[in-house]
Design a protein around this ligand. Structure first.
Ligand SMILES: C[S@@+](CC[C@H](N)C(=O)[O-])C[C@H]1O[C@@H](n2cnc3c(N)ncnc32)[C@H](O)[C@@H]1O
Length: 207
């Protein structure tokens, strides 16, 4: 068995033992242990939430007085009282309004582990993942409170430098991390960002 397969197995087993719906939960747990950005009572929105590992971990961090809204094309089935879920495409024009209604106000934290179904052609998958991340950043303009925080997955490759610039122009602090539960062979990195400034000071990438 290769090292990355052994690591994948380990996190899968840990997720099962601890009742998490995915091993991805450990990526968020590691990041939050390091930066402590999800706090009790926070409102959190999680884009690309299915099957629900991050939502479960975030629901634990925010506790009974907080709220977590998970958004995905696929249904996220969780019964926690502080969790609401929305099966919708992030590109749907109604998504911001619906999330805000479920959150009951602006979010303290935006999470994104969003990724397209992989085609196997990295260049294509990377460009699609970049587009999804930019959409999440656009939604953050309506949903994230000033000085709020974000934790985003980004597939590295063509155009990822542009997205990093977008993070830097919208947040006061940007840190990159490769959580232990993320396969070392995979070209995904995670960005922890704090101090949301609101609307980008740069022109939109796509214009
Ligand atoms: C890596 S998985 C997320 C795993 C999740 N963080 C967890 O802990 O279980 C990426 C998710 O992004 C979702 N996704 C991809 N494109 C989407 C879109 N246009 N709108 C909403 N969700 C999307 C996929 O359906 C998939 O469930």
């Amino acid at each position: 068995m290769r090292l990355h397969e052994a690591k994948k197995d380990l996190y899968r087993r840990l997720a099962k033992e601890q009742g998490f719906k995915s091993r991805a939960a450990f990526k968020l747990i590691e990041a939050n242990e390091k930066y402590r950005f999800i706090r009790e009572g926070d409102r959190v929105v999680d884009f690309g939430a299915a099957p629900g590992g991050w939502v479960q971990a975030a629901a634990g961090f925010v506790g009974p007085d907080g709220r977590v809204v998970g958004v995905d094309l696929n249904e996220v089935r969780l019964k926690d009282e502080n969790v609401a879920t929305l099966a919708i495409d992030v590109n749907d024009p109604k998504v911001a309004e619906e999330v805000e209604g479920l959150l009951g106000g602006r979010a303290d934290v935006v999470l994104s582990d969003i990724a397209p179904s992989v085609s196997g052609v990295w260049e294509l998958d990377q460009i699609r993942q970049v587009d999804l991340t930019l959409r999440v950043l656009g939604l953050s303009e309506t949903l994230l409170r000033r000085n709020g925080k974000g934790f985003f997955k980004l597939f590295e490759g063509e155009r990822s430098a542009e997205v990093r610039e977008e993070f830097r122009s919208r947040f006061a602090v940007v840190r990159v991390l490769k959580p232990a539960a993320s396969r070392s062979a995979s070209s995904e990195l995670y960005y922890y960002c704090e101090g949301w400034k609101g609307v980008s000071t740069r022109p939109a990438i796509d214009s």
